[in-house]
Design a protein around this ligand. Structure first.
Ligand code: NAD
Ligand code: DAU
Length: 334
């Protein structure tokens, strides 16, 4: 099977490539990635000789048309993915998440190629801390940030292309991922690498916001369950019952790294900061038989800490620039 993976040099896409090559000997993978600040070929170390890597933009219609024409399946991970960046400059989010997805959809429509669209639980907005309901496939869209609104828009494009043009597509909306090869701008790797550097972790606001953590490999086995057994035109939520608030995550990281659990700073909160995400993944589990393998967050976190300790060469080139960007907008508020 010839698979086109967009965003395969990013966090989840690169882990998808590693997992797929390990589990599916028949997979022939082409990665299309623009190598933005968030993508690096180093994330494909060890497998670059087993795949075809194309550096290019998903909004480049001619290139996308050619690559989609050679594929049996497109798995679309490429995106501008960071909320803080979308608040500083929304334009790349509109361009990549909306125009890029549109460009892919026109190509899969023309070539009648199976398409899986990777999206986020943030399209549903946020929940109160005590809300007994979690997000499900029928929750109305209510995105908060430029990032989540462009992801919501991209999902709606997919739904329209399915209904109006018969495109063979599925959609997944997953909660917060953690694991190896995640950019140090994101919460967990930022704090781990801060502690390695002797810098205090930075917590937005009071740190009571809740995220529903899932290991990246569990996300990707969920994506494969949907590709293999999902119904065309349908949406599936991927989540592993991993709700934890941010202050608990910071304390866990500090403890697991041998530091005092109170050794962190409160910094300026994110504008429009979503309070809580929580996924009900009953549909994926009951209809498609998917189950997460990483059930203990602290041991998954420990493995992730070990990965960052062992792979400083991977993250070091991006650390200083990332922290300089944060320093220009965030102050300690203790
Ligand atoms: P990431 O930022 O780590 O990687 C994105 C990749 O896309 C990078 O390699 C980048 O170079 C590439 N890219 C960006 N713009 C491009 C363009 N115009 N053309 C080609 N390539 C381009 O993101 P991630 O965290 O791996 O997220 C992957 C997907 O999963 C995204 O669609 C995101 O919305 C979704 N998602 C992420 C999470 C999460 O917790 N990280 C959770 C649910 C869904
Ligand atoms: O829910 C899925 C989404 O999860 C994905 O769609 C996004 O691509 C991904 O980036 C992630 O979005 P979040 O905004 O939830 O992730 P982030 O890692 O930026 O932040 C997680 C939480 O931690 C959030 O409440 C903000 C907080 N935070 C973040 C950073 C970077 C801090 O307290 N301190 C920090 O330094």
């Amino acid at each position: 099977m010839q698979i086109l993976v967009t965003g395969g040099a990013g966090f989840i896409g690169s882990n998808f490539v590693h997992l797929t090559l390990a589990q599916r000997p028949d997979a022939q993978i082409t990665v299309l990635d623009a190598l933005t600040y968030a993508g690096t070929k180093a994330s494909l170390d060890g497998v670059l000789d087993k795949i075809t890597f194309v550096e290019g933009d998903i909004a480049d219609a001619e290139l996308v048309d050619r690559l989609v024409g050679e594929a049996d399946l497109v798995v679309h991970f490429a995106a501008e993915s960071h909320n803080d960046n979308s608040l500083a400059n929304p334009w790349p989010f509109v361009q990549t998440n909306l125009i890029g997805t549109y460009t892919l959809l026109e190509a899969v429509r023309k070539h009648n190629v199976r398409y899986h669209h990777v999206s986020t639980d943030e399209v549903y907005g946020d929940l109160e801390l005590d809300d007994p309901e979690r997000f499900s496939e029928s929750t109305p869209y209510n995105p908060s940030s430029p990032y989540s609104s462009t992801k919501a828009g991209s999902d709606l494009l997919v739904r329209a292309w399915v209904r109006s043009f018969g495109v063979q597509a599925t959609i997944s909306n997953c909660s917060n991922n953690y694991g190896p090869r995640q950019h140090v701008e994101k919460f967990i790797p930022r704090q781990i690498t801060n502690v390695i550097d002797g810098v205090r972790p930075k917590l937005y606001g009071a740190g009571l916001n809740v995220r529903d953590w899932i290991h990246v490999d569990d996300h990707n086995t969920g994506v494969w369950a949907i590709i293999d057994r999902g119904q065309i035109g349908e949406t599936y939520l991927i989540g592993a019952d991993g709700e934890v608030n941010n202050v608990t995550v910071v304390r866990d990281i500090l403890e697991l790294m041998g530091k005092s659990a109170g050794d962190f700073d409160h910094v300026t909160d994110r504008a429009g900061h979503d309070l809580r995400y929580a996924i009900d993944s009953t549909r994926l589990r009951t209809e498609l038989g998917w189950e997460p393998q990483y059930r203990d967050f602290r041991s998954g976190l420990q493995a992730t800490i070990d990965w960052y300790k062992d792979n400083e060469a991977w993250w070091r080139p991006m650390k200083a620039e990332t922290e300089a960007k944060y320093a220009s907008t965030q102050q300690v508020v203790q």
